[in-house]
Design a protein around this ligand. Structure first.
Ligand SMILES: Cc1cc2nc3c(=O)[nH]c(=O)nc-3n(C[C@H](O)[C@H](O)[C@H](O)COP(=O)(O)O)c2cc1C
Length: 351
């Protein structure tokens, strides 16, 4: 009851303020959060060599600064991605920079990597001591002289305290960042990161997160380079700059669209990647997940694991456990024993 009132209140105030209240609620656990990560043996899985209690992760951007890391496993998430983190702290773009479109269950954000910087954030990661599976989304500073070096700096500084890192070349809110998805730039970046990672005392799995706007040729390049430079996997996708996805509510000309309207385009990209890589590269499916059925579909399209963000703002933290229960029931209903049996089995249906 209290949670429902709280959610209603948060949905009617400024989205960024609502987000900060929700995050601090989780941080200080003002009300005890039930340990909801019920044990679903069918949902246990492995992602790039990492064991996960379930395949549902918290997507990057929700806890950019790692202030509430402890809470997410309690909500039921199988893994958490913090960030995006840049070497230097930065304020991000001017406010307002987050908008919800309730009728579409969508969000448009133009944050621009507001974060406390790698030194402060790494101290928080260190304190958490990898108690559950933790990834870090790495970005570049807006005024950076070398964005390539920004990626390697954060990787080197934080790698000891995380299980994996995500190279974010797909946020639409930092000028020039998406250019790293072009063939030559991507080759140079991945080559440098591969080298940097190999030279760490303990190399970690590296993922690349791509945008939903890549065409078939660009996806082919991403797959080839991911294989050549031994990435652990690909995350598909970041937010979209296709404002037709929220057509009737137009007026947006910047920022990234997330939430329900992103489900179809991001799942299509996921399936294309699964086909192109012949299922050999682990994929994380993200974009528009709101239910257990959505997770089932992402996995059938080729995902080994999934993430969500926007749906939390519309349905609240209880959603995590609802999704896990539903997913478990769907697997049981179809007679599947575990997640691995369904990865990519319907990939041709989504392209
Ligand atoms: C407000 C907001 C901030 C985000 N910040 C980041 C970020 O810093 N790095 C990143 O890779 N993705 C970021 N994302 C994208 C999400 O991680 C995710 O890829 C996208 O929202 C699609 O998932 P969803 O439809 O479940 O929200 C952000 C999304 C939102 C809504």
């Amino acid at each position: 009851m209290l949670e429902r009132i709280g959610l209603k209140f948060l949905q009617n105030i400024d989205p960024e303020l609502a987000h900060n209240i929700a995050l601090h609620y989780l941080r200080f656990r003002i009300f005890p959060i039930k340990q909801t990560n019920a044990n679903f043996p069918k949902l246990r899985t492995r992602l790039a060599g990492i064991d996960l209690p379930n395949p549902l992760g918290l997507a990057a951007g929700f806890d950019k600064n790692g202030i509430a890391i402890k809470s997410f496993p309690h909500l039921g998430f199988g893994f958490t991605e913090i960030g995006a983190v840049t070497p230097q702290p930065q304020k991000g773009n001017p406010k307002p920079r987050a908008f919800r479109i309730k009728s579409k269950k969508a969000i448009v954000n133009h944050y621009g990597f507001n974060n406390d910087g790698m030194i402060k954030i790494n101290a928080r990661l260190k304190k958490f001591a990898k108690r559950s599976v933790l990834g870090l989304n790495i970005g570049a500073n807006k005024t950076s002289l070398s964005m390539m070096n920004d990626f390697t700096e954060v990787l080197k500084h934080c790698s000891k305290n995380i299980h994996f890192a995500t190279i974010n070349v797909s946020s639409p809110n930092t000028k020039h960042l998406r250019n790293f998805q072009e063939k030559e730039k991507l080759r140079n970046l991945l080559s440098l990161l591969n080298e940097t990672n190999k030279n760490l005392i303990q190399p970690i799995p590296l993922f690349i997160k791509i945008s939903p706007e890549l065409d078939q040729t660009e996806l082919e390049q991403v797959v080839k380079l991911a294989q050549r430079y031994q990435l652990a996997g690909i995350i598909a996708t970041n937010t979209s700059t296709d404002y037709k996805l929220i057509a009737e509510t137009n007026g947006f000309s910047r920022g990234g669209v997330s939430g329900k309207p992103l489900f179809a385009p991001s799942t299509k990209i996921l399936a294309q990647l699964s086909i192109l890589s012949e299922g050999k590269i682990p994929l994380i499916g993200v974009g528009g997940i709101c239910s257990g059925q959505d997770v089932f579909e992402k996995i059938c399209a080729g995902a080994s694991a999934v993430q969500l963000y926007s749906a939390l703002t519309f349905y609240g933290p209880k959603l995590v456990n609802v999704i896990l229960k539903d997913l478990n029931n769907i697997l049981e209903g179809h007679g599947f024993n575990d997640i691995s049996e369904i990865i990519g089995i319907k990939k041709y249906e989504y392209v």
